[in-house]
Write a protein that binds this ligand. Structure first.
Ligand code: SAM
Length: 303
């Protein structure tokens, strides 16, 4: 498997991407049985990882953070295209093998990789600086399914330098993230993701490109952060702190009207009604009708 790649006089050699045989060999060598708990479904299809890189529209001036590089399928494809990849992996066995996989299969780009062995839910810009990694411009990842939304929101909140996101998540989660107000699946993840930028579905992925194959299809989600200076509302820690608790309260009891659902938040029903009316929102509506701009207005923190 570690056959040296042919040297080409015509510039850097492309990475040798991982197929089914290589994935099984790596897993056998590491003696790992993929765990559900860590959402370990490895992509063993080069076309899929190329497709993800294309959908992410990353280029050679991008510094990418990849959550959960696993055996390196997507990492190798990214290294061909971007300036750097900082891979955050929680599993020490996978993290331990990744630098060698990259040195073997993408020798001309191995210096572009930084590895951080950590839970992505706790990673901060300080960890990146300590590892000598640049501030990321993009998040591109096949996210561990059980923590996909919290990881996504954690990174959007903690790394304002991320201007673009392309993540693979369960199809149903992808639909929820990209849902518009009024739809049945619109909820907390939809509003919170839309707080940062435009969110859209960017494709579907079947189960057969993974080992082991998951039970459900996956979907790609792309988020383009609002361009600096033309955000529709201040995308700041303070605004978020005012808006997100309102969103949580509005959807905690989906069936209730906003007046009822927000009575605890504002102290009583009458206060909730007054706040809703001053924000030009009908207190008889349900939370699922409100767009993020409505929540921002209701929190009184818009421009
Ligand atoms: N990127 C690889 C691929 O596409 O084949 C693996 C993707 S697999 C769906 C998810 C990866 O995330 C696994 O490598 C798993 O160990 C890792 N992971 C799970 N929970 C994590 C966490 N909280 N922080 C960082 N990595 C995590």
């Amino acid at each position: 498997m570690d056959t040296p790649l042919e040297k080409s006089p015509a510039g850097p050699r492309p990475a040798a991407l991982l197929g089914p045989v290589e994935i099984r060999q790596l897993a056998d060598e590491l003696d790992i049985t993929p765990t559900k708990k860590l959402g370990q479904n490895f992509v063993h299809d080069p076309n899929t990882v190329r497709r993800i890189v294309t959908a992410a529209a990353v280029a050679d001036d991008d510094d990418v953070v990849e959550v959960g590089p696993g055996l390196g399928s997507l990492t190798l494809a990214l290294l061909d295209t971007v300036r750097s990849v900082t891979a955050v992996e929680i599993d020490p066995r996978l993290a331990g093998r990744l630098p060698r996989t990259v040195a073997d299969r993408a020798p001309d780009h191995a210096d572009r990789l930084t590895l951080i062995l950590q839970d992505a839910l706790t990673v901060t810009p300080t960890d990146f600086r300590a590892a000598g990694a640049p501030a990321p411009t993009a998040l591109v990842a096949n996210l561990p399914y059980n923590v996909s939304v919290p990881v996504l929101l954690h990174l959007l909140a903690g790394f304002p330098s991320i201007t673009r996101v392309l993540v693979m998540v369960q199809a149903e989660v992808a639909d929820r993230l990209a849902a518009a107000p009024g739809s049945k699946i619109y909820g907390v993840p939809s509003v919170k993701a839309a707080f940062y930028g435009t969110v859209r579905r960017a494709g579907s992925i079947g189960v057969n490109v993974f080992w082991p194959a998951p039970k459900v299809d996956s979907g790609l989600v792309r988020i383009d952060r609002f361009p600096a200076g033309s955000e529709p509302w201040p995308v700041t820690v303070e605004t978020r702190a005012a808006v997100f608790p309102l969103v949580d309260a509005a959807f905690a009891q989906r069936r209730k009207t906003l007046r009822a659902a927000l009575s605890g938040h504002f102290g009583c029903g009458a206060a909730a009604e007054q706040a809703l009316r001053s924000a030009d929102i009908d207190p008889g509506l349900r939370g699922e009708k409100l767009g993020v701009a409505d929540f921002v207005r209701l929190a009184g923190v818009g421009r």
